[in-house]
Design a protein around this ligand. Structure first.
Ligand code: PEP
Ligand code: MN
Length: 347
């Protein structure tokens, strides 16, 4: 594979010439136009790449054997740091702490949770409205009403919101309301959905499929990048293993692995990763120590009343305690982390 990096501000004629050249060589090509300067991804070999280097408007050509050329660090050596809102970024030392209930259940539940997690230092509110439940008779989420309640919670607290999208048909109406579109584990290989979110410019949180290899996960991310959306955040949420003592096996080794293979930010979800609330704190600390760019934590004011995933949800007090420890760890690591209030904690 080749990634052809065009000069910033290059002319469309120059892009067309490179495309014409590739076509004459019998190579495939795809122009990805949303990065600051366009890229052309092609199956040409290194020889073709060397010839292309002499064409006008071409800045560089990166050959790669990886099946995820746009997600690969070979192609883009620098961390992909981008804004979620004007104030909040991910990557480059800024960590995103997403917290909230598994499912939005009521106005009072989501507002109480939003206020509580904000007080403790979360910078994104999570909450599912379209729930991908294994059993059709389990609570399926409040749907569009749940989104409306998330939007209310956002207005009330100023926290940006992340929620799962399950169907490409929902994208058009959902997109303006949410700050991050979540692709759940069960949909990591829903290619129509990946293509749809690839066409938007909203950040996408791509959870790892419960049976997905790292290669498959990065190729799923590639679908979104190839659509022109470079704002992709990966989320490790555990994979299936033989041992049922935990809900999933949280694969923390994937954090440094992804960091070496890809420029994309990665966060960790120890709630779904373990299914057990007592494991959330140690796994959160381990995730941060391993280099994760953030966490996703399920929090419910009364977990025993939760309509989904109560066993892996922290109370507001437990979340506050977690954040205290996470911040202390960050201090010990001697880096910097941003809290929602804009406070910078030396880490
Ligand atoms: C969720 O975060 O709401 C969720 C359903 O998680 P996952 O897709 O990882 O199972
Ligand atoms: Mn859940």
């Amino acid at each position: 594979m080749l990634v052809i990096h065009m000069e910033r501000g290059c002319k469309s004629l120059e892009v067309a010439r490179v495309c014409g050249f590739l076509e004459r060589k019998g190579c495939s090509l795809r122009v990805v136009g949303s990065f600051e300067s366009p890229y052309i991804v092609s199956d040409g070999d290194e020889e073709v790449g060397n010839l292309i280097l002499s064409l006008q408007g071409v800045k560089a050509v990166t050959p790669t054997k990886k099946p995820f050329p746009l997600a690969s660090r070979e192609t883009f050596p620098d961390d992909n740091v981008f804004n979620i809102t004007e104030e909040i970024k991910i990557g480059g030392g800024d960590r995103l702490i997403m917290a909230g209930p598994c499912s939005v259940e009521s106005r009072s539940q989501i507002i109480e949770t939003a206020k509580g997690v904000k007080r403790s230092g979360a910078n994104v509110l999570r909450g599912g409205a379209f729930k991908p439940r294994t059993n059709p008779y389990s609570f399926q989420g409040l749907g569009s009403e749940g989104i409306a309640l998330m939007v209310e919670a956002k207005k009330e607290t100023g926290l940006p919101i992340v929620t799962e999208i399950m169907s490409p048909e929902d994208l058009e109406w959902l997109e303006p309301h949410v700050d991050i579109l979540q692709i759940g584990s069960r949909n990591m290989m829903n290619f129509s959905l990946l293509k749809a979110v690839g066409r938007t410019r909203k950040p996408v949180l791509l959870k790892r499929g419960m049976m997905a290899t790292v290669d498959e996960w990065l190729q799923a991310a590639e679908y979104i990048l190839a659509g022109g959306n470079h704002r992709v955040i990966l989320c490790e949420r555990g994979i299936r293993s033989f041992d049922k003592i935990t809900r999933n096996t949280l694969d923390l080794s994937v954090v440094p692995l992804i960091k070496s293979l890809s420029h994309l930010p990665i966060i960790v979800d120890p709630s779904h990763g373990t299914g057990r609330k007592e494991l959330i704190k140690p796994m959160s600390m381990a995730a941060i120590a391993a280099g994760a760019d953030g966490l996703m934590i399920e929090v419910h004011p009364r977990p025993h009343e939760a309509l989904s995933d109560g066993a892996q949800s922290l109370t507001l007090e437990e979340f506050q305690d977690l954040m205290g420890s996470v911040n202390k760890l960050c201090n010990a690591l001697n880096e910097e982390v941003k809290t929602p209030c804009g406070l910078r904690i030396a880490m």
